[in-house]
Design a protein around this ligand. Structure first.
Ligand code: HEM
Ligand code: FES
Length: 405
């Protein structure tokens, strides 16, 4: 359930961002095309049920992300997992200023949320905002692509479509950035021309002294039919903008405190684990750890190669181990684990290393698949000789004294 919620909410966010970036791509041609096509790209997202779904996804997905951070037993992880985690923590603080600019800007300051206005602000007045936006785009895209890749590579059809998807994964953000740059340069040129000629192309020249205010007004004037009903004097505008900025920083600070709180809670949760567990691999290797982490996490902590194609999410089954014997009580299989073991038709002594956490004692186990297992062996074709999942050549049986032989 939690896994499905995480992937569904991630997919909704990814779909929204993809639409947004495809729209931005049209900035390569002209600001006018970028702006006039905006309603078509956003038509789906502005209907009430879909917008509600998007907001829910934006709330649920990060919360599930923080939950998974809390339950992480080790911060030692693969490079891909590190990028996924760090990017996930960066998204909210990078996104908050954008959300505030759109929502509070529209409802309090009366700034219509148009590309033109945002481009003018980011390229002329607040270039750091432009940089933040570029960073947000890159970070979100990398994060979403890693999430999708980790999930999709387990699907039987992935290897057939991957050659078409990989170029898209690079082309979409690259073209969107090009659109942002081209349209931004256009905005700057128009602004400079307007300043030189005394006539501002977006329709505002009278108040050029108050550039900040002008740019906002430019935006709503260029934006056909989206004039805001909010009318503020320059003083009111400045005071409201300052107040919004303060709230924005408080929300960002609140988010950082929440993340620190999750790390602290995780630290306290792990502190109670002082007892030790010893893992004896069938090839003779012995490692030990404090109890708490799963068998897979203990392997990763100790640099023991262990197959884990889905990065410990219980979706691939490649981390499965045979428990040869154990004086340690392992955690009871969750529904997720049991469903996977049933699907694989595994015998009762098999466990998913990424889900099973050992208690104090000694566990003798056999890693069933080799660490270099590839996704295509998960779906061998029925009518063709598909690749077999490589097994480890560790011994699997125990003698009468319970020693691995
Ligand atoms: C807003 C802040 C976000 C946070 C804190 C966050 C956090 C996370 C975390 C921690 C994971 C790994 C889940 C796990 O290990 O169980 C994850 C997965 C994922 N994220 Fe995000 N994410 C955020 C935003 C996004 C956005 C904007 C997108 C879309 C581009 C996205 C798409 C995905 C996808 C597709 C997955 C894979 C889901 C899965 O495997 O269950 N995330 N996210
Ligand atoms: S790593 Fe995929 S199920 Fe355990």
């Amino acid at each position: 359930m939690i896994r499905s919620l995480s992937i569904v909410s991630g997919l909704i966010l990814f779909a929204f961002i993809t639409t947004h970036l495809l729209n931005l791509t049209l900035g390569i041609f002209s600001i006018e095309l970028l702006e006039s096509s905006r309603p078509y790209f956003f038509v789906l997202w502005t209907s009430f049920p879909v917008e509600l779904l998007l907001v829910l996804a934006l709330l649920i997905h990060p919360l599930l992300g923080l939950r998974s951070l809390y339950f992480r037993n080790t911060l030692r992880m693969s490079g891909q997992d590190k990028v996924q985690l760090i990017s996930s923590l960066m998204i909210i603080p990078l996104l908050i200023p954008h959300l505030f600019a759109i929502k509070a800007g529209e409802q309090i300051l009366g700034i219509a949320p148009t590309f033109t206005g945002f481009l003018a602000i980011m390229w002329i007045d607040l270039p750091l905002e432009g940089l933040r936006q570029v960073l947000l785009l890159i970070v979100v895209w990398i994060h979403g692509c890693i999430g999708l890749f980790t999930w999709l590579r387990l699907k039987a059809w992935w290897s057939a479509v991957a050659p078409y998807i990989y170029p898209l994964a690079v082309a979409i953000p690259t073209l969107a950035l090009l659109g942002f740059v081209e349209a931004g340069r256009d905005a700057v040129t128009r602004y400079e021309q307007a300043q030189a000629g005394g006539q501002y192309q977006y329709g505002v020249s009278a108040q050029i002294e108050n550039k900040y205010q002008n740019l906002y007004q430019d935006t709503s004037e260029l934006d056909s039919g989206e004039d805001s009903s909010v009318e503020l004097s320059p003083q009111q505008f400045a005071a409201s903008a300052k107040a919004i900025d303060e709230v924005k920083w408080r929300v960002i600070l609140g988010y950082f405190l929440l993340v620190i709180g999750v790390f602290l809670a995780r630290f306290i949760r792990l502190r109670k684990y002082r007892e030790k567990v010893e893992i004896h691999y069938a090839n003779g290797l012995i490692i030990s750890s404090e109890v708490g982490p799963t068998l897979l996490e203990i392997a990763i902590q100790n640099d023991v190669p262990h197959a884990n194609l889905c990065h410990g999410k219980g979706r691939c089954g490649t981390c499965r181990v045979q428990i040869i014997k154990s004086s340690s009580t392992l955690t009871v299989p969750t529904k997720l684990e049991q469903a996977m073991l049933d699907r694989l038709g595994s015998p009762a002594d098999t466990r998913l290393a990424c889900q099973a956490g050992p208690g104090p004692g000694v566990v003798h186990l056999h890693r069933l698949l080799s660490a270099d297992v590839q996704p295509d062996c998960l779906h061998p074709c029925a009518d063709q000789e598909g690749p077999e999942c490589p097994e480890t050549n560790e011994v699997t049986s125990v003698d009468k004294k319970g020693e691995a032989v």
